[in-house]
Design a protein around this ligand. Sequence first.
Ligand SMILES: C[S@@+](CC[C@H](N)C(=O)[O-])C[C@H]1O[C@@H](n2cnc3c(N)ncnc32)[C@H](O)[C@@H]1O
Length: 445
Amino acid sequence: MKISIITVFPEVHDSFLRLSLIGRAIEKGLISIHTIRFSDFCQPKERIDEPTAGPGAGMILKPEVVEKAILHCEEQWGTGFKIFFSPQGTKLTQRVLKRLAESVNQATERPALVTPSTTPHLILVCSRYEGIDARVEQKYADLVLSIGDYVLMGGDVPAQVFLEGFLRLLPGIVGTWSSVEKESFSGPFLDHPEYGLPVEWHGMRIPDIVQSGNHAAIEAWRTEEACKKTMLRRFDWFASSQPSKEDCTRAQRIIPPHYVALMHTQVKLKEGIIGTTSITSIDLHDTARSCATYGIKNFFMVSPLVDQQAIMATLLNFWISEEGRQYNYSRHHAVSRVRTVHGLQDVIAAITAQEGTAPIIITTSAKYHDHPGKIDFTSHGRVWESGRPVLFLFGTGQGLADELITSSDFLLAPVQGMTDYNHLSVRSAIAIILDRWLGLHPDLS
Ligand SMILES: C[S@@+](CC[C@H](N)C(=O)[O-])C[C@H]1O[C@@H](n2cnc3c(N)ncnc32)[C@H](O)[C@@H]1O
């Protein structure tokens, strides 16, 4: 494979291309990498950049200079697959790298790096200043990559980041292929922890199991540790990775048990009065089904009112009965996990009795509040690291009383659309929140 790096500063790449596995791959002739300087395509004393058109400060690389540099590379080494770098591009991920590497390794169809010549040619265009004239990107870029949501001074580091990730996926570049195949982002779990000698370092010992010599036990321990780490650090990765049933079962063993309580007491009524609300059959059934879908252990309907308790019993009894089970097993399955209780203290007591420890309480609201434990839908690690059960509190009426929110461990970010309308039914909010917190979101790109 031939790689051309077009840049303002070829010197930036000197040691990068000389050292490490990339240097060795070049030495072995597995790849050849050329750096091309933009200014070589200017007239004497001509600048490579010019002020951006329209109001505002900043310089932009001249389109004709970039074009000449690209065409030069193609004349020399054949048609190239041209990658531009920009914070506005497709996010560079292991999935993107894999797809690109596969298109080289297997010569599959687009996005193909394989050119009409038998040797693939990759052209990396590293811009600087305010970037590249939009028309050049439109005409020449086969792919625009961003290495993350931040703005760097130039495309040289992004090009190096790309090469570090991409080249190791080509056969022969990394000595041991298995170390490429079994690592973070190659499956649903991140890599397991690794240790080297000495056995004890700063008072910390390598886990005994790692030194046991029992390969099966070590493998099982590694998988478990990898799963734990993934759940605490990158649940989003797991959720996007199309995990198997077995992976989900393993993950569910690590994730602490979750509970939901729908409060019909300690909620705001009109004019901010705190009081009780009436239960509804539709909230009960729909929430029970959402809870069953996302693996919630119990769904508590909370009302201190005796009449309301009686109505709930009527609604539940048929579905919990053998007749209900025969009639519609999936409804029976969901409704069997519903518990009716008088107050929040009963919910906490029931969970504590079941799990041996009190739950962490996460409150929810349609609005932002001041709260020291504000979390969003990526905060799983903060909540799960203690291993305590998790209780989500949802309010009926106009929402949970402020004192419930203030005394909770965490307050979850509100679910919002882009309009001023902010009146989701509580059962819709519950379904959305459970999906964002515990749902699988396959990345099919
Ligand atoms: C200062 S940046 C230009 C940023 C551009 N005005 C914007 O706001 O999107 C100059 C160049 O650095 C490179 N660059 C900066 N941040 C990058 C990132 N996160 N990923 C990829 N390339 C980046 C790009 O080549 C970009 O054209």
